[in-house]
Design a protein around this ligand. Structure first.
Ligand code: SAH
Length: 454
């Protein structure tokens, strides 16, 4: 196949990245936005010998599961990175996520483990409590939007689809203030201009919003006039400047400077309040988070004598949610500021049986094990790369009756489950929870129970 060639292809599957999969003359073709059951004419974008990438030029036979995305720009601009499952009916998105876990288990010869139906999100769109959007000049005008996939071309947007609509309202209001005050957007090539990104966060339970201007300099002409106007936007309770002076793709710089209002915004998970600062990790789907944690905590079978570990604890949300059922919580998290937030959140909620430590889980856990720590239940919620063997070996040594695994990547979950099974733990169920509707991301909860006692 040659670049730009148009081929007719029947789509038979959906890849983990939500691309339609088909075959032409024995070669696999990944077609952006195509769905299983469809026949499409596809234009080849890239041919890599054994597989090719393509985009739809015409749908010959349409899937009954296709949703006409109201925001046609998403499809037209190839903005698939933002909401790349938005063209699939929601109930089919849930099935897709369940199937993904099933397939990964099956590949690992773990077909005996059941996969529950994916728990739907309370909101299918507009669920995100945080947005970080790039700011660039486009045709002489300051715009916010999204980078086209695999590029840094800004596609201007006004409706971000998965954001809380209140966040979109504030993003647009700040954009208009920056335009009016003639603040220059950052120019990557020249490494000049000012505003690189806008971050807006909203406490879903309180409605309070935080605006973070990610800028090249700490201060610049017009900044104070901009802040004076942003603080008048309804709902904005806190304004920060994040200083990012480097030539880098990383969104945030190291330092946040408080410009106005509160230093935190509050949100709730169940009956607990959490203070969120500009760089704290907080689950982005506030309404679904309590369901995720409940699933984990209910299945953990906690008792008042238990010592539990909250590993990869962020600002302490899981451990603090479980604290009232147990004797003691021991948390570990690598980011110092997050640990500070976790301690602060414990105090705020009058929780006195939770301790949080800064460190790498794979280093602290072996240290605790060597010191003879005995645990009852270990909660883990690692980033996409999952756990390490060192962590698992040490965790097992502390003798927990259960390991509760909250995973955002089913591939590493299955890999780690195998290690835990070799160490004498077992499970019969993985429960996917949809934290990220309209995207292919799969979150899940698995409780592994000890079967053998050495
Ligand atoms: N449990 C929290 C956070 C989960 S996100 C919640 O539900 O909100 C995963 C967290 O793991 C992040 O806060 C990240 O900073 C932290 N992390 C990443 N690598 C780590 C490591 N090696 N050791 C400890 N924490 C780590």
């Amino acid at each position: 196949m040659k670049k730009n060639e148009i081929v007719e292809v029947e789509i038979t599957d959906l890849s983990y990245e939500a691309m339609g999969v088909g075959h032409v003359n024995g070669e696999t073709v990944f077609v952006n936005n195509a769905l299983p059951g469809e026949v499409v004419k596809a234009q080849i974008l890239k041919d890599k010998k054994s597989y090719a990438f393509a985009r739809i030029s015409e749908i010959v036979k349409e899937s009954p599961d296709r949703v006409k995305v109201p925001l046609r720009q998403y499809v037209q601009t190839g903005l698939a990175g933002l909401a790349s499952l938005a063209h699939l009916k929601y109930d089919k998105q849930l099935e897709f996520k369940q199937k993904q876990v099933k397939e990964l288990l099956s590949k690992a010869h773990l077909d005996q483990i059941k996969v529950a139906e994916t728990l739907p999100s309370p909101l299918e769109t507009g669920y995100r409590n945080k947005a970080q959007v790039p700011v660039r000049m486009v045709k002489g005008q300051l715009e916010i939007g999204f980078f086209r996939r695999h590029s840094h071309d800004l596609v201007p947007l006004e409706d971000f689809f998965t954001n809380d609509p209140e966040i979109d309202r504030v993003l647009l209001a700040v954009r208009d203030i920056l335009r009016e005050k003639r603040i220059p957007a950052y120019d990557e090539e020249k490494h000049q201009g000012q505003v690189r990104y806008l971050e807006v966060r909203r406490g879903t339970a309180t409605g309070d919003m935080m605006v973070v201007l990610v800028c090249l300099d700490r201060d610049f002409p017009g900044l104070h006039a901009v802040v004076d106007e942003i603080k008048e936007i309804a709902g904005v309770k806190s304004i920060f400047l994040n200083h990012n002076p480097k030539r880098t793709n990383v969104i945030l710089g190291e330092h946040d400077y408080h410009l106005w209002g509160k230093r935190y915004i509050d949100d709730k998970i169940g009956d607990l309040t959490f203070e969120i600062s500009p760089q704290s990790f907080f689950q982005i789907n506030s309404l679904q988070t309590p369901h995720l944690y409940k699933l984990a905590i209910d299945q953990a079978g906690l008792t008042k004598d238990d010592l539990i570990v909250d590993a990869y604890s962020g600002i302490g949300t899981i451990g603090l949610s479980a604290a009232k059922y147990v004797k003691e919580v021991c948390g570990v998290e690598v980011i110092k500021a997050a640990v500070k937030d976790a301690k602060n959140n414990a105090r705020l909620n009058q929780i006195h049986n939770a301790k949080y430590y800064v460190g790498k889980a794979e280093e602290l856990m072996p240290k605790w094990a060597a010191e003879g720590l005995k645990t009852d239940v270990i909660f883990v919620d690692p980033p996409r790369k999952g756990l390490t063997k060192e962590f698992i070996d040490a965790a097992v040594k502390t003798g927990p009756k259960k390991v509760v695994y909250i995973s955002c990547n089913p591939a590493t979950l299955v890999r780690d489950m195998q290690l835990l099974m070799e160490a004498g733990y077992t499970t019969d169920l993985v429960s996917p929870v949809d934290m990220f509707p309209q995207t292919p991301h799969v979150e899940s909860v698995t409780v592994l129970e000890r079967t053998q006692i050495d």
